[in-house]
Design a protein around this ligand. Sequence first.
Ligand code: SAH
Ligand code: SF4
Ligand code: F3S
Length: 476
Amino acid sequence: MVNIDRSVSPNEIEKQKEYMAKIRALNDAYFEDKGVRRKAFALTLGCQQNEADSERLMGMAIEMGYEKCDSPDDASLIMVNTCAIREHAEKRALSLVGQYKHVKSRNPDLIIVICGCMVVQEHRVKDIKMRYPYVDILFGPSLIYRMPEHIWSRSEGGKRIFDPDNAEYKVAEGLPVCRESSYRAWVSVMYGCNNFCSYCIVPYVRGRERSRRKEDVIAEFSELVQKGYKDITLLGQNVNSYGKDSGFDYDFADLLEQLDAIEGDYTIHFMTSHPKDATRKLIDVMSSSKHVARHFHLPLQSGSDSVLKAMNRKYDFEKYISTLDYIREKMPDVTLSSDIIVGFPGETEEDFEKTLEALSRARFDMVYSFQYSPRRGTPAAEMEEQISKEVKGERFDRLLKLQDSISLASNQVLVGKTLRVLCDGPSKNNKDVFSGRTDGGKIVFFDGELDDIGQFVDVNIEKGDTFALSGKIIRK
Ligand code: SAH
Ligand code: SF4
Ligand code: F3S
């Protein structure tokens, strides 16, 4: 087998570091002159992959001498990291960018960066060029490492920069990172997707699959464990493809096994795993591991075989459920979650009822459900028999109703049990009640203390609701 190195060359990264240093000198001079630092604001839409990318964007910004801030009004650098998965995500990104026009008119020195999955699409590049002339810099998700060069060029009075994609699809190592949390962290193991599910824009905007070197993943992971991170999520659009592009005989299960052997008090999560190649080997590694959470997110998408075929998912319900049964057999206390799309083109009432039956059979703890949103350039968007908004809405409501009752039942059986919960702190809506998550990702409300934040606590569950559990801490 050939060893294919997909890294952006160290020289290129070095070059970007030099730009970071030059911008830092400008920002330090500004600080000396004004007594305040220039600030950077990042706004992230979309999935965990984007969250992870934004932590790198902010890492670079800080390296360039900006200070992180929480409001676009205070910023000298705004970075909008967009998503293209559904129409709603794109509309939000455009409306937010629309609002920044006023911020720019108040502060002409402001640099506005737009990046992420939305802006790789040709029609969006055109949109931004024509309708958002105050946006300075645009680049695609595989080119975030070039941000310093672009900011330098723009601050030197250069033209607006449009760098949507170079289709080389490399992996950039060694970028600085500013993590949002001191106890939960993301670690990307691979980028891109080769699956081309017929509804999905991701393969077009994120490019082909490429894996990080295992040495790089292990080094980043070990450092996080050493720093005391408690919950580490391995990310990839389809983690089961890890290593397939590298030419090594080493797959995701091997990686998971090696990471699990690292000593420490932490939990590993991973997402997402495609049902067509969620292997028995992976499930066996999980079930015998010390640190891997007993949580499996396995997107089903539809319970109808003909819809699954039209979606190009490459499994049928029978194969799916046999994988799910195996997971439950090996890990009876597992938490299972899934994604479902309703209203895929051509979905009949009968197809939809099969999805409802599938949910009753699978009994997921949690389901993320979506109404199908046509994405320009994908095969499904061209299919005849698009489903009306009304029918999608009606099916969506029926699905939620059924799943809510299943989720409620799955939470009620936990009453009386003691679960390990990673404490996040006072909850948003009621500061007197703390919230956290179980290894399976369920939200739990409990009587925490400030010292518990970022720590595992044992909570005795007293109540199970549809979307959350509640209980009392057992102090040793
Ligand atoms: N790589 C992951 C999915 C990433 S997108 C996987 O294969 O599981 C997250 C979810 O968004 C998908 O699982 C799907 O349910 C949903 N989704 C993707 N494209 C969509 C579209 N065009 N309309 C509605 N939902 C969509
Ligand atoms: Fe999209 Fe399918 Fe790839 Fe997931 S596996 S990102 S749904 S194409
Ligand atoms: Fe959205 Fe891109 Fe993630 S399209 S869901 S941000 S991979």
